[in-house]
Design a protein around this ligand. Structure first.
Ligand code: EPU
Length: 285
């Protein structure tokens, strides 16, 4: 696969935090057959494989990633079909496209996910969501590929979705079928705009970040706890705890993954010492 493999490809530009080292091998397969051949070849040679989605909830170490990092091109894996409230789409599609296309068609449910970056596959894998609900409850089935390159379908009755986690943990989610409600497009768009404005005013949108760094402890807000510990604006190297929302770390161009990790450790230990709450990291690393 020499023609589609890059060696020592910097991963920072592929992530929203824009930090971290290179991938030993970086591969962008052009279609599913090619993806399957690559995954099988890596499996045979015991080369570790990681899948890169939108890079929006991801902290890559400064040492980089050994083995192969696979990224699915957005277009070639693309499909989007609807039939009534049923939507079938490629998991490589940006979640924001899925949200806007379903809202435009008067389909109800995904407007709650407005403003969340990343791919549909990443969203399902981490069961993304917010105060208005998570994506997992809409799933009917998903096609997945295992680390050995086998493709099969998983149906809703065999899947579990929890807070920012799911049992969809195969190497690749290829596509998904969701069941949405139907409604008045204007009403849905209005609701979407409201959620969008609320997020835009409470979260640091125009900055490099990985979304919320920590999960909310049951019944509490991690952002509020970090804020109460007095950490807003705290800076280590090129990484800063956002002044707008304390559960976001924002990075400057010169930042390193180590700056971000040290800030994560600092926030965790201060919140534990001062408020007696153990925070759990949400970001993938
Ligand atoms: N708050 C503070 N200081 C802060 C941040 C928040 O006092 O620095 C207070 C707010 O005033 C509010 C409460 O904490 O009273 C909750 O804040 P917010 O409404 O912003 O929600 P959140 O619990 O911090 C969650 C999700 C977000 C999601 C929003 C909106 C988690 C970890 N976070 O945030 O998800 O966008 O609700 O639905 O579940 C993400 O997962 O990456 C993420 C950003």
């Amino acid at each position: 696969f020499a023609d589609i493999t890059l060696q020592d490809e910097p991963l920072a530009p592929h992530t929203w935090l824009k930090v971290g080292g290179p991938a030993q091998f970086f591969v962008e397969p052009r279609e599913v057959d090619e993806l399957q051949q690559i995954v099988r070849a890596c499996h045979k040679q015991s080369i570790p494989v990681r899948l890169l989605g939108g890079g929006s909830n991801l902290l890559i170490s400064d040492d980089g990633v050994s083995g192969a990092v696979i990224r699915l091109p957005r277009d070639n894996f693309g499909s989007f079909e609807t039939e009534g409230g049923r939507v079938r789409c490629s998991a490589a599609m940006p979640l924001s496209h899925l949200v806007s296309r379903t809202v435009k068609q008067g389909l109800v449910g995904l407007e709650a996910l407005t403003g969340i970056p990343g791919t549909v596959g990443g969203a399902l894998h981490g069961n993304v969501g917010g105060r208005q609900g998570d994506i997992g409850r809409f799933i009917r089935r998903a096609t997945v590929m295992t680390i050995a390159g086998e493709i099969f379908t998983r149906t809703a009755d065999e899947l579990q979705f929890g807070y920012r986690e799911s049992s969809l943990d195969e190497l690749v989610i290829l596509d998904a079928e969701l069941e949405l409600g139907t409604g008045d497009p204007d009403e849905i768009a209005k609701r979407m705009r409201k959620i969008w404005i609320a997020k835009k005013t409470s979260q640091p949108f125009a900055f490099q970040s990985a979304g919320c760094i920590f999960k909310n402890p049951r019944g509490k807000s991690a952002g509020e706890l970090i804020d109460r510990a007095g950490l807003k604006g705290t800076r280590i190297g090129g990484a800063t705890i956002s002044d707008r929302h304390a559960n976001f770390i924002i990075t400057d161009d010169g930042a390193t993954a180590d700056d971000v990790s040290r800030l994560i450790d600092l926030a965790r230990s201060k919140v534990a010492d001062q408020l007696g709450v153990e925070l759990e990291v949400e970001v993938n690393r």
